[in-house]
Design a protein around this ligand. Structure first.
Ligand code: PLP
Length: 402
């Protein structure tokens, strides 16, 4: 017989600030599924859930690597052929001052390591509002208070430069840029990137430029890499196979560190310490990096064709639907319409799932300016599914708000 009674084990209090609205909605969806309904999922940014497939030559490369015995631990920074291919890709993006390259288990791990290697207690990092929730979750885990800057809806969701400047404090160490952006689908202008690079110079900041969607620009306007406009500025560019190469389950991402060598060196030593501490990224999957970056890119025109068609359908619906307004997305596969409703967007989203079985994510889960309401649509599903979902949301808006 045990002599003492076990008590409840509590989670760390710093986790109170971790929000991951996308997955949190799963509870409401479970409730609806248990009642026998099928959910129309406009909430998850995984192309493989819809009519997109990982290019066959990449699957073949991983298969072959496994058969060739690439199943042990890899070097902590990544295998040489993958690192060489990423350097080549960086050069094609116009990044000239590369100081280091490393492979991680998805960009999620790049973010985790790069932020942990930079920030001391009391420091802060500027993150966009709205943001992709990974950043605020990692900061919460590190016990770092949020310092957000607004994206400006009236300016096509470009960063609000005045707000950004106002938010820089003596303890600000860096700026996160997501370009193309999740959740808004906006793409930063070269002029904006130049201004942000100049701010980083003036305040000695690291820029984390999340460019995981850089090949998914729908109208073929150019993507400008932040590191290319500020070759002297410390920039870590994030990229990976999850989106551009349709392989999110492989968990392959990378970081490209660039800038003045003497400025960034001590920080990169910290990054490498953490890379060694977690041993390595997935090994056989790293062998898909070279064929991805250097091999046929045949999947991209078709992916972009589908995204353009689904974006246009989404915009048509937004334009024709009362209470809804949307800045047209130019990259990635997200739209972030504003809605004019007399209740919280979290209530709107939960009731939409319950009543119409359509799942989108509420703007308050990403952060937004006070007194504004939004929801994020993932427009990856095919046109027929999107049309059904938009009809249902239109009905819901009419029935609930008259
Ligand atoms: N960064 C952004 C902006 C994303 O939207 C996502 C995933 O949706 C990630 C990073 C995570 O990428 P990965 O699958 O490489 O971890």
């Amino acid at each position: 017989m045990p002599t003492t009674q076990l008590r409840e084990i509590s989670a760390a209090s710093r986790l109170e600030h971790v929000r991951y609205a996308i997955r949190d909605l799963a509870c409401v969806a479970d409730e609806v599924t248990r009642q026998g309904h099928k959910i129309l999922p406009l909430n998850i940014g995984d192309p493989i859930t819809f009519d997109f497939e990982t290019p066959a030559h990449l699957i073949e490369a991983v298969h072959q690597a496994m058969h060739e015995g690439k199943n042990g631990y890899a070097p902590s920074s990544g295998v040489k052929e993958a690192l060489d291919a990423i350097r080549g890709e960086a050069a094609r993006k116009g990044i000239t001052s590369i100081q280091d390259v490393f492979v991680t288990s998805g960009v999620s791990e790049t973010v985790d390591i790069c932020l942990a290697a930079l920030l001391n207690p009391g420091d802060n990092l500027l993150t966009p509002c709205p943001d992709y929730p990974l950043y605020s979750a990692v900061l919460a885990k590190l016990g770092i208070n949020l310092n957000t800057y607004y994206l400006n809806e009236d300016d096509g969701w470009q960063p609000d430069l005045d707000d950004l400047k106002k938010k820089i404090t003596p303890r600000t160490r860096g700026i996160v840029l997501i370009n193309p952006n999740n959740p808004t689908g906006s793409v930063c202008t070269r002029q904006m990137l130049e201004q942000i690079a100049e701010l980083a110079r003036q305040h000695n900041l690291v820029i984390f430029s999340d460019e995981i969607y850089d090949k998914l620009i729908m109208d073929d306007d150019p993507h400008v890499a932040t590191a290319a406009v500020g070759p002297d500025v410390p920039v870590i560019t994030f990229g990976g196979l999850s989106k551009n190469y349709l392989a999110p389950g492989w968990r392959i991402g990378w970081g490209i560190a660039s800038g003045d060598a003497s400025v960034i060196k001590p920080y990169l030593e910290g990054v490498n310490k953490l890379l060694r501490a977690r041993l390595c990224a997935n090994h056989p999957e790293q062998y898909a990096i070279r064929p991805a970056l250097e091999g046929p890119q045949d999947h991209l025109p078709e992916v972009k064709r589908k995204l353009r068609s689904r974006r246009d359908l989404t915009m048509k619906w937004c334009t024709e639907t009362p209470r809804v307004r949307c800045v047209a997305p130019r990259g990635a596969f997200y739209a972030y319409p504003s809605i004019d409703i007399p209740e919280g967007d979290d209530v709107f989203v939960a009731e939409l799932i319950r009543q119409k079985h359509v799942m989108v994510v509420h703007g308050s889960g990403f952060g937004q300016r006070p007194l504004t309401q939004h929801f994020r649509i993932v427009f990856l599903p095919d046109e027929k599914t999107l049309t059904r979902a938009y009809n249902a949301i239109g009905d819901f808006l009419r029935e609930r708000y008259h």
